[in-house]
Each structure stands twice: as structure tokens, then as C-alpha cells.
Design a protein around this ligand. Structure first.
Ligand code: ADP
Ligand code: MG
Length: 331
């Protein structure tokens, strides 16, 4: 197969669960050798899409192919062509790293000498050579994830799928994980398809598809997407937020969104806008900041919501708990 052909092709993919449409007509292509990211909030349809691509779930409509093989008609071919790492740890923790890899090599019918050579190289790559004879039970979360990467690559897949691979890992381990993923791509010439709801992680991807309510709302490199937002992003704090938002919108003809950190809107040049704003709204605003657009701004612009809404929700739940215990009523 030629390098120019996309290694993942998805066209009009739909998946319903009863009344619910989890994946709603998704189309995209992944180029060979790139890191492609699916970015979206919880419930957007990321895992459902990955499961369909990995032949674990049938689509309701549309088609998908991996390395030229249709996921519905040639599932075995597809399985040979992919490695997959789910959010939940799927290692046998009563076994050692070596034993986990060996079982995987049996599943894929790898000759013993091939298995040995690859296991050595992969364990080296993920920095687990010294601990290879230790029980997985004794591993940290980051070590387990690295072992899963090694295992996912043992049969030399063309595409490695990672579903939220860094959820639950501390920031340092997350960043180490990324070094490994980048290495997998560069050294193994593997295409990486991953999902995440961390905006900062999506920055590592060559291209990302932003997915919301089962639909791709934007697709491109992180830079391209941020350029779509254009200009600078202003974040303004105000106690009478509603009134100030309306007045800013009317005065400067901008769309003002209320976000966690304040009122947000875009202007062409933030630096010259600040003095004008502070003069016009003297006494009505408490803070002003300006930044270059982030992927969060892209998401906000496209959907009117922040991607971290579920985190806001959990904050609200905490507040409710606090209230139930008689605290948090101060205002
Ligand atoms: P994400 O991975 O982006 O968080 P999912 O693909 O897991 O989202 O889920 C998309 C939507 O489909 C959610 O509303 C979820 O509750 C629903 N869903 C996922 N799997 C099932 C299932 N097996 N049965 C019913 N609903 C499901
Ligand atoms: Mg998911």
C-alpha cells in the first residue's frame, strides 16, 4: 500500500444506542505516520468511534477502513493491523512484564525468536528493561501504561489506538507518556490515533478532530485551528457580569461568552484594546487579561461551551456536597 493513501478512512460513520446517537455522521482520514487526536468532552463519542475502528463495535451506518481493510467485512485483517490501549488497565498484574508480552505474542502467533528480539527492543524503548521480571502488581500507573504501549506494538501494528491514555496519571508521568508516544511514531513509523479531553495534550498531535455530540466540528493542525479563532482573546472579570457582557457586546460588536474565568471575547489587537476597554468600563470591571487563542478558545467558539464542562460539573457537585454539610452558603 502506498504511503500517500490514508491509513484510516472514516466516512459518514453513525452509531446509535437505542434513541441515542453517539456517533453522528463522522468523516475523516488519518495519514500514515501522523499522530491524530480526537479531542472532545466526556460523552462526545470518542470511545465509541475507536471501538468501531478496532472492530469491537459495529457501526449503525457509514464505513471505516484501516490500512485498506473494511472494519465490518475484514475484521481479522483490521485486528492484525492495529494495536489498542484502552483507558482501563488490561494487563495481568499477577504476571511479570515479560509474561504479559509473551502471552500477547502467542495470541498473534509470533515465532519465539521474533518475540524475544522485539520484546527486548520495546522494553528498552519504554524504559522497563530493568523491571521486566517484576510483577506488574508492583508497577506504578505510568509503568503499566508504558508496558501497555510495548505490548500494543509487539505485533508491529500499522496503527496504534490509544483511548485517553493519560487519564489518571500525574502530570509528570503524562508528559513522559507523550515522549514515548512521539518515539513510537518517529522510530517505529507507527500511526497513532488517540483520544483525549486534555487540551494541552492535543497540542502534541499533528492534526486533531474536535468532536462534540458525535460530530466533528473542526479538523486541522492545532495551529490551523487556533488561527481560525483569529486575533487575541480577552478575559474580563466583572461582578455585574451579565450587564457588562451585554454592554461590551454592543459597544464593540463582539460575541461575549461567559466562561469559568470571566467574560471572553476576541479582538484584533489585545494590547491596544486594553486601555480603551478600561477607559470605557472604568469602575465596572475588576480584571482584564489577554492571551493568544488556545484550543479551549477554539472549542468555545465552535460550541459555545468550555471543553472542561464536566470538571465544572464536578465542582458543582462538590459545592452541593458542601451545602449538604451546612457549608458553602456564604456568598
Ligand atoms: P467519550 O468516549 O467521548 O466520552 P463515548 O463514545 O463513550 O464518549 O459515549 C458517547 C455517548 O454514547 C455517551 O452518551 C454514552 O453514554 C453513550 N454510550 C456509549 N456506549 C454505550 C452503550 N454501550 N450503550 C448505551 N449508550 C452508550
Ligand atoms: Mg471515552
Amino acid at each position: 500500500m502506498s504511503d500517500a493513501l490514508p491509513v484510516v478512512e472514516v466516512e459518514g460513520l453513525v452509531r446509535r444506542f437505542g434513541e441515542l446517537t453517539a456517533v453522528d455522521g463522522v468523516s475523516f482520514e488519518v495519514r500514515r505516520g501522523e499522530i491524530f487526536g480526537f479531542l472532545g468532552p466526556n460523552g462526545a463519542g470518542k470511545s465509541t468511534t475507536i471501538k468501531i475502528l478496532a472492530t469491537l463495535l459495529e457501526p449503525t451506518a457509514g464505513r471505516a477502513a484501516i490500512a485498506g481493510h473494511d472494519v465490518v467485512r475484514e475484521p481479522l485483517r483490521v485486528r492484525e493491523a492495529i494495536g489498542i490501549i484502552f483507558q482501563d488497565n488490561s494487563l495481568d498484574d499477577r504476571l511479570t512484564a515479560d509474561q504479559n508480552l509473551y502471552i500477547h505474542s502467542l495470541l498473534y502467533d509470533l515465532p519465539r525468536d521474533v518475540y524475544r528480539a522485539r520484546a527486548d527492543a520495546l522494553l528498552e524503548m519504554v524504559d522497563l528493561t530493568e523491571r521486566r521480571k517484576g510483577l506488574v502488581r508492583t508497577y506504578s500507573g505510568g509503568m503499566r501504561r508504558r508496558l501497555e504501549i510495548a505490548r500494543g506494538l509487539l505485533h508491529r501494528p500499522e496503527v496504534l489506538f490509544l483511548d485517553e491514555p493519560t487519564v489518571g496519571l500525574d502530570p509528570q508521568t503524562r508528559s513522559a507518556m507523550w515522549q514515548h508516544v512521539l518515539r513510537v511514531r518517529d522510530e517505529g513509523n507507527v500511526t497513532v490515533f488517540m483520544t483525549t479531553h486534555y487540551l494541552d495534550e492535543a497540542e502534541h498531535c499533528d492534526r486533531i478532530a474536535i468532536i462534540d455530540h458525535g460530530r466533528v466540528v473542526a479538523l486541522g493542525s492545532p495551529e490551523e485551528l487556533k488561527r481560525q479563532v483569529g486575533g487575541d482573546v480577552m478575559v474580563v472579570g466583572a461582578s455585574a457580569a451579565e450587564d457588562v457582557a451585554r454592554d461590551i457586546g454592543e459597544r464593540y460588536c463582539v460575541d461575549v461568552t461567559r466562561a469559568d474565568d470571566g467574560l471572553r471575547f476576541q479582538v484584533d489587537d489585545g494590547a491596544t484594546f486594553i486601555p480603551r476597554l478600561t477607559a470605557d468600563f472604568q469602575g465596572r470591571i475588576s480584571s482584564v487579561s489577554v492571551h493568544r487563542p488556545t484550543l479551549d478558545d477554539v472549542f468555545l467558539k465552535l460550541t459555545g461551551r468550555a471543553i472542561r464542562e464536566e470538571e465544572a460539573t464536578s465542582k458543582d457537585q462538590l459545592r452541593m456536597v458542601a451545602r449538604a454539610f451546612g457549608r458553602g452558603r456564604r456568598r
